[in-house]
Design a protein around this ligand. Structure first.
Ligand SMILES: [Zn+2]
Ligand SMILES: [Zn+2]
Ligand SMILES: [Zn+2]
Length: 483
C-alpha cells in the first residue's frame, strides 16, 4: 500500500512494518485516508460528525467558542448519528450507514455501550460486503482469545460480544464469531483523536495493526478527520522496523510492562524495558531501592489516577482525588516534576478544572507541563507537545477576553503577546509535527494571521523585537509556579 514501507516477518515475532528507505524526524511515512473501522465514544455521538469527525471540542474542552452541535443534523432514520453537511451524510450512508441505520434505530441503549461493542457490530455488518483480501486480513488479526478467556474480565467480554451480535441481528450461532471479532477490536484498536489529541473513540486499520510496539517508538500518529498519518519521530534507517507505543511511554517500566501484559499479552523486550531501574522513567530522587517508600507512593498515586480514568471515582471527587495524589508525590520528595505520574495527573487535572470553568487553576497545571515536563520527554515537534502549547495559548486568549479572571501570577504580563508568541512557537514546528496541509496547521496559521492584524500591522516590527523578552519573562514564571 504505502510507498517505501513493507510488511514482513518481525524479529519480535509475527509480522512487522519496515522502512525500505531512510526517513528523517518529522517526515511523513504514510497516510491511511480512512481506517477500516472508526467508532465514536457514546458521549461524542451527540456533538461530533460521525463521517468527518468534526467536533466542537477541537479547540479543547473549556475554551470552545462556536459550538458545532447546533449545526449538526441527525439522521432522520436512526436519529443517533449526526452529520455536519449533506455530503458527509451521503458518504457515510454509502460506506456503512445504509446497512447500519435500520439496526441502530431499534436500539434504545445503543449509545450506552462502549465504542468497542458498537465497532464490533459495524464489523459484523460490513464483513459480507468486503473484498476477499480484507476478509482474509481480518481473519489474520490477533485476538488473544485464549489468554483473554483465562483473565478476570472474560465474563464481561462475553456479555459485550453477545450484545454486538444481537445489535447486528445475527443468529445465536454467530456468537463465537462475534466474540473473536470483539477480541480483535480490543487488541488492534488505537484511540481516535481530534486535532488537539482529545480522545473521540477508537479505530481499527488492517495495515496500521501490523505495526509493533516499542516503549521507545520511532513513529507517532496524527489524525485529521478520518485520515491517519504516521510520522517519523526519530531517524529511521532503511530496513528499520517501525514502532509505535501502545502505552504511555513515559510511565515507569513496571507500569508499562503490567499494562502491556494485561492488555496485549506480551513481555516487552525493548531496550528501555531491558534496562529497567536505570532509565529516567524509573529513577526516584533519594531512594534507589526498587521496593522502598518511593515505590509505595508511586503505587498509591497511580492507583488513584487509574481509578479516575476507569470511571471508578465519583465525578464530584475527581479533582480532590487527583490533587491528593499530586500532593502525595510532591511532598514525598522522591519525584522530580517530570516523573510519572505527576505529568499525567497534571494533564487530567487541567482538563477537569477547565470543564468546571476554573481556568485560573487550570493554568498552573498546563504551565507545568509546558515548561517542565514536555521539554524533557518530547522533541519540539512532538504533537503532544504542540497540543499542550495550544491549550496554553487558548488559555491566554481566554484571559485576554475575561480580564480579572487570570491567576495572580499573570498580572502585568501582556497576555495578548504571550498568546501570539505561543502560536508562533507552535507554527515553527507544524511542518514536522502535522505536515503543512493538516487542518490543525491551517487553523493555527489562520489564527496567527487574524491576531497579527489585531496587533496592528505597523506595530508588528517592534512586537517581534519585544517578543523574545516577553516570552522569557512568561517562562520565568516557572520559578514562582512550580517550586
Ligand atoms: Zn462532517
Ligand atoms: Zn441513521
Ligand atoms: Zn518496553
Amino acid at each position: 500500500m504505502a510507498k517505501n514501507i513493507i510488511v514482513q516477518p518481525s524479529p519480535l515475532g509475527g509480522r512487522g512494518v519496515f522502512a525500505s528507505k531512510s526517513f528523517s524526524p518529522g517526515e511523513e511515512l504514510f497516510t491511511v485516508s480512512r481506517p477500516l473501522l472508526s467508532s465514536l465514544d457514546g458521549i461524542r455521538l451527540h456533538d461530533t460528525c460521525v463521517n468527518c469527525l468534526k467536533w466542537d471540542g477541537d479547540a479543547t474542552i473549556g475554551v470552545q467558542e462556536t459550538p458545532l452541535e447546533s449545526t449538526l443534523k441527525a439522521c432522520s432514520g436512526c436519529k443517533i448519528f449526526k452529520y455536519c453537511r449533506k455530503e458527509c451524510q451521503r458518504e457515510h450512508w454509502r460506506l456503512i450507514h445504509k446497512v447500519q441505520c435500520p439496526f441502530i434505530s431499534k436500539q434504545k441503549r445503543y449509545q450506552d455501550y462502549p465504542a468497542s461493542v458498537r465497532g464490533t457490530m459495524d464489523l459484523l455488518l460490513m464483513i459480507p460486503n468486503l473484498q476477499l483480501p480484507q476478509k482474509q486480513a481480518i481473519g489474520e488479526l490477533l485476538s488473544h482469545i485464549e489468554e483473554r478467556s483465562k483473565g478476570g474480565e472474560w465474563e464481561t467480554t462475553q456479555v459485550l460480544a453477545v450484545a454486538a451480535c444481537k445489535f447486528a441481528k445475527r443468529p445465536d450461532n454467530d456468537a463465537a464469531f462475534a466474540l473473536s471479532l470483539y477480541c480483535k477490536v480490543m487488541t488492534n484498536a488505537i484511540t481516535l483523536v481530534g486535532k488537539t489529541l482529545d480522545p473521540l473513540g477508537l479505530c481499527v486499520d488492517l495495515f496500521v495493526s501490523c505495526i509493533n510496539h516499542s516503549c521507545d517508538p520511532n513513529v507517532f500518529f496524527v489524525m485529521d478527520g478520518q485520515a491517519l498519518s504516521a510520522r517519523c519521530l526519530k531517524k529511521i534507517q532503511e530496513g528499520d522496523e517501525l514502532s509505535i507505543s501502545y502505552v504511555e511511554p513515559t510511565n515507569p517500566t513496571m507500569i508499562r510492562r503490567k499494562e502491556l501484559k494485561e492488555k496485549f499479552f506480551f513481555d516487552c523486550k525493548c531496550p528501555k524495558c531491558l534496562n529497567e531501574g536505570n532509565t529516567p522513567e524509573d529513577r526516584f530522587q533519594g531512594d534507589s531501592s526498587t521496593d522502598g517508600p518511593a515505590k509505595r507512593v508511586q503505587d498509591e498515586a497511580f492507583n488513584t489516577l487509574f481509578s479516575v480514568r476507569r470511571g471508578k471515582v465519583l465525578p464530584e471527587k475527581i479533582i480532590s482525588e487527583l490533587k491528593r495524589a499530586l500532593d502525595l508525590c510532591q511532598r514525598s520528595g522522591f519525584f522530580s516534576i517530570e516523573r510519572q505520574p505527576i505529568p499525567s495527573i497534571c494533564s487530567d487535572l487541567y482538563v477537569e478544572l477547565m470543564m468546571q470553568d476554573r481556568h485560573d487553576e487550570s493554568f498552573e497545571h498546563v504551565f507545568k507541563i509546558y515548561t517542565e515536563t514536555d521539554p524533557k520527554w518530547y522533541p519540539n515537534f512532538h504533537p503532544a507537545r504542540l497540543a499542550h502549547t495550544y491549550v496554553l495559548a487558548r488559555l491566554m486568549k481566554y484571559f485576554c477576553f475575561q480580564p480579572g479572571r487570570e491567576p495572580q501570577e499573570l498580572r502585568g504580563h501582556d497576555l495578548h503577546l504571550v498568546y501570539y508568541g505561543l502560536l508562533l512557537e507552535i507554527e515553527s514546528n507544524l511542518n514536522k509535527s502535522h505536515g503543512p496541509t493538516h487542518s490543525f496547521a491551517k487553523g493555527v496559521r489562520a489564527e496567527i494571521n487574524m491576531l497579527r492584524e489585531e496587533l496592528q500591522r505597523d506595530a508588528i516590527v517592534s512586537i517581534h523585537r519585544e517578543l523574545p523578552s516577553i516570552m522569557t519573562a512568561f517562562r520565568g514564571l516557572k520559578k514562582q509556579i512550580t517550586r
